[in-house]
Design a protein around this ligand. Structure first.
Ligand SMILES: *[C@@H]1O[C@H](CO)[C@@H](O)[C@H](O)[C@H]1NC(C)=O
Ligand SMILES: *[C@@H]1O[C@H](CO)[C@@H](O)[C@H](O)[C@H]1NC(C)=O
Ligand SMILES: *[C@@H]1O[C@H](CO)[C@@H](O)[C@H](O)[C@H]1NC(C)=O
Ligand SMILES: *[C@@H]1O[C@H](CO)[C@@H](O)[C@H](O)[C@H]1NC(C)=O
Ligand SMILES: *[C@@H]1O[C@H](CO)[C@@H](O)[C@H](O)[C@H]1NC(C)=O
Ligand SMILES: *[C@@H]1O[C@H](CO)[C@@H](O)[C@H](O)[C@H]1NC(C)=O
Ligand SMILES: *[C@@H]1O[C@H](CO)[C@@H](O)[C@H](O)[C@H]1NC(C)=O
Length: 229
């Protein structure tokens, strides 16, 4: 054991702790891996590894060490984290978090005391839902449609598109943030019934690369008039 520590310290000049530069993106409920490893690959089985999330109290998310535990883990991560114990021998000190929630969004730090290296990894946890289209008014000339989508994080944008995928000019998007940090967006559009058309309500969030959409078919007025005769 002492020899192993000696080895760790003696090569510490050349050892690098590398973590993902890209933010890790997930949806609520997913299991995620925050990737970090040692270069060159070094057996970290007996090294202390400390994962923290500054801003939390206590800030400790996961602590791997031998001997008495001197850190208290943040209770909201209790039973939700683990290192890949068989991978530690190959210098892989990635952290797995089970069942992430949007409140897990933020910057995590991986700290390796033997080489005094501390490197951040960004986690973004999003939440999405499918929009719902309702007919608000339906006259012989025009149709007013409303679209609503609840339960988004971060705040998304809402677009109305026609059959060709062209953006329709619509009323302003109303955004409401709930106490659970989730956003509800809604908007209305007026469509003329000259031609038949497939109108799409698209809700998207670029930071989490997520799009959800719903389509409604609008029959052209001619079709509608024919039906009357
Ligand atoms: C931890 O997780 C295990 C397996 O999912 C479960 O059986 C156990 O009850 C959990 N403990 C706590 C304190 O949540
Ligand atoms: C890593 O170190 C542990 C603890 O001494 C040892 O049991 C294991 O065989 C080592 N693994 C490798 C791949 O060197
Ligand atoms: C570390 O181990 C995890 C789980 O096996 C794996 O998904 C990840 O790709 C590994 N990372 C590296 C750098 O080997
Ligand atoms: C998820 O996060 C929200 C907002 O921070 C919080 O209100 C909710 O209690 C969390 N849910 C769980 C299961 O932790
Ligand atoms: C509008 O009303 C007409 C006549 O009742 C009906 O045929 C049509 O399906 C309605 N359009 C929508 C989008 O509900
Ligand atoms: C609207 O969508 C339906 C089903 O996807 C398709 O059959 C129809 O041709 C589309 N109408 C127009 C005007 O593009
Ligand atoms: C975004 O999502 C699409 C579809 O799921 C995927 O093809 C694309 O590679 C993703 N882009 C990024 C930057 O993750």
């Amino acid at each position: 054991m002492l020899l192993i520590y000696f080895y760790f310290f003696s090569v510490s000049v050349k050892l690098k702790l590398i973590c993902s530069h890209q933010p890790i993106i997930a949806l609520a409920g997913d299991d995620v891996i925050l990737p970090c490893h040692l270069e060159p690959a070094t057996n970290a089985t007996f090294s202390k590894v400390v994962w923290t999330k500054p801003g939390l109290d206590p800030k400790y998310i996961h602590v791997h060490q031998h001997g008495p535990m001197l850190y208290s883990q943040n209770p909201s991560y209790s039973n939700r984290t683990r290192l890949f114990v068989n991978e530690l021998a190959h210098g892989n000190i990635s952290l797995k978090i089970f069942g992430v929630n949007i409140s897990d969004t933020g910057q995590y730090w991986c700290f390796l005391p033997p080489i005094q290296a501390e490197v951040p990894v960004q986690l973004i946890v999003g939440s999405v839902s499918t929009p719902v289209i309702k007919v608000i008014s339906n006259t012989s000339e025009t149709l007013v449609l409303g679209c609503e989508s609840k339960g988004w994080y971060p705040e998304p944008e809402l677009l109305w598109l026609d059959t060709e995928g062209k953006i329709l000019s619509a009323g302003p998007t109303e955004t409401v943030g709930g106490p659970d940090d989730l956003y509800t967006v809604s908007s209305r559009v007026t469509v003329e019934k000259r031609h038949s058309n497939n109108i799409t309500c698209r809700v998207q969030q670029r930071n989490i690369n997520q799009t959800r959409e719903t389509q409604i078919h609008v029959s052209g007025r001619k079709v509608y008039e024919k039906l009357l005769y």
